[in-house]
Design a protein around this ligand. Sequence first.
Ligand SMILES: *Cc1c(COP(=O)(O)O)cnc(C)c1O
Length: 392
Amino acid sequence: MTSEPTPAPSSLPTARLPERAAVVDLDAIRHNVGVLRQVADPARVMAVVKADAYGHGAVQVARAALAAGAAWLGVAHISEALALRAAGIEAPILAWLHTPDSNFSAAVAAGIDLGCSGWELDRIVAAAREQQRPARVHLKIDTGLGRNGATAERWDSLVGEAVEYQDEGLLRVVGVFSHLAVADEPHRPETDTQLDAFREAVAVAEDAGCDLEVRHIANSPAVFSRPDAHFDLVRVGISVYGLSPFPDQSSADLGLRPAMTLRATLSQAKRVRADQGVSYGLLYRTRDAATLALVPLGYADGVPRTSSGGPVQIAGETHRVAGRVAMDQVVVDLGPDPEPAALAGAEAVLFGTGDNGGPTADDWARAAGTINYEIVTRISPRVPRVYVGEGA
Ligand SMILES: *Cc1c(COP(=O)(O)O)cnc(C)c1O
C-alpha cells in the first residue's frame, strides 16, 4: 500500500478557530480519493457523501473529491442530491433510497440518477413523462444483504419492465448495482455468494438489452479486500474520510488520512481535592488532589453518552474522560501535576489524525461500543465545521 509520510494537519489555524469546531482537512479528502483511485483502478470512484458527507459537510467534501478525480457522487436521498445540485455541482449523482413521498420529478429534472429496486419504476416513469426527459436508472439487485434491491425471483421481470420503458424512450438503464453485507470481514464466504449473484443479475440485464455504463457493488472494505468486486465503479464512503472500514486495520495501514479533527477550547481548569466526585452520578472520583479540565463538548454535540473513558488530548498528552458525558460537556482528570493557570485557553482534541499518538475516531468507537462511521457522522450541527486545505 502506498503510504506517504503523513504531514501535519494542514496547519490548524488554532487562533482563528471557533471555541468548538470539527476541523475538516480537505487536503486529506483529496489524498484519500487519490489513494482510492489507485487501488480501484481501472474502476472509477463514486464518493459517497450521504448524511452530510458522514458529518464532514457534503458540498465541501463533494467539491474536494471531484477535484481529486472522483467521477461520481452517491447519496441515499433525492433531497441530498438536490442540495448538491443547488450548490452548483454538476457531476453525476446517484440517489438510491426512496419512499413514495420522494420527489422523483425534481430528481429527473435535476439529472439525478435513480436507484430502483422495483416499486419505484412506475413513479420514475411518471416523473420522466412529466419532465419530458428520460430518467437515468440503476437497477438494484438484493444479492444477500436483505435491505433494498429486487430479490432474485423478481429480477427478470424488473429488468423486462425497465427495458420496455427504455424502448419507449422514458428511461435508460445505465447501471446495475448491489450492496455487500460482510466485506469488512474478508474471511467470510457470503461475499463470494453475493458476487456470483451479482454477475448473474448483470448478465440478465445485458442479455435483455441494457447497455450498462456502470456495474457497481464494492463499498470501502471491498475496495481494499476484494479486487474482484470492483467492476466499473466503487462506492466509497468511510475511506474518503480517511477512516478504516476494518476493525483490525488503522487508517495508516491503508494509507489513509483521517479528515476530521474534533476539538474545543477548555472552559475551565481547576484544582480539586482527593476523592472529588465528577459529573452526574458521581461515578468517577479523583484519587489524589487533581486538576480537572472542563471540555465544552457533550452528547448534544454528538459525543456518545455511552462512551466510557474516551480519550482527550490536552497540552500534548492524552487523558480519559472522567465520569459521564453530559449534554454540553465532559470533564478530564489531568492528574496532580498541571497548573490550572497554565491551561487557560488550552485546546482539547477528542479525535483527529492520530499523529504522534493522538486520539482517533477509532478510539472513540471502541469507547462507545460502536464503529468509526457513527462517531464522525453523529457530530451534531451545533459544532461548527471549519475547512482547511486547498479549496477551503
Ligand atoms: C453508505 C453506502 C456506501 C458506502 O459505504 P462505505 O462502507 O462507507 O464505503 C456504499 N453503497 C451504499 C449503497 C451505501 O449505502
